[in-house]
Design a protein around this ligand. Structure first.
Ligand code: ZN
Length: 149
């Protein structure tokens, strides 16, 4: 996919996240972590979460390397899930994967995803769907295992 094929607003938001990723780096206190790779593109994400005893995501950090879409998606995801409970975050991951399957999502579901909602445009570029979804898969995997995998 060429990013030029995206609308200019989408392209700007995606590039901004990819070039200046939010919550990039390692956390001091880690309760959950996971590493996941998208072999079809070569994207790798190391995701760390700090979840308190109320099951609220206090802090998120990620490192790794990858294409613009994967980096932007990870940045958008971290923004969206901080302050959410584990259950809310898993619901958001489900909404994101429904969006990538081109299933109908309600406006309030999409609003919850914040900037990540604009990655709906990636559906038009099937080769990049795994890039966009990698961060959310990592989130699901880390939340379903304690102390990472
Ligand atoms: Zn990629």
């Amino acid at each position: 996919m060429s990013l030029k094929q995206l609308g200019s607003l989408y392209r700007e938001v995606i590039l901004d996240h990819a070039q200046n990723p939010h919550h990039q780096g390692e956390l001091e206190h880690v309760s959950h972590f996971v590493t996941l790779e998208n072999t079809s593109c070569g994207d790798i994400i190391h995701l760390q979460l700090e979840i308190d005893d109320q099951a609220v995501i206090k802090q998120v950090g990620f490192t790794g390397t990858g294409c613009t879409i994967s980096q932007a998606s990870a940045s958008m995801m971290t923004d969206a899930i901080i302050g959410k409970t584990k259950i809310q975050a898993l619901q958001m991951a489900q909404v994101f994967s429904n969006m990538m399957l081109n299933k109908e999502c309600s406006q309030s579901e999409l609003d919850q995803l914040q900037d990540a909602g604009i990655l709906a445009v990636v559906v038009k570029f099937p080769a990049r769907i795994k890039c966009a979804t990698l961060a959310w898969w990592a989130l699901q995997k880390s939340l379903k295992t304690d102390k990472g995998a």
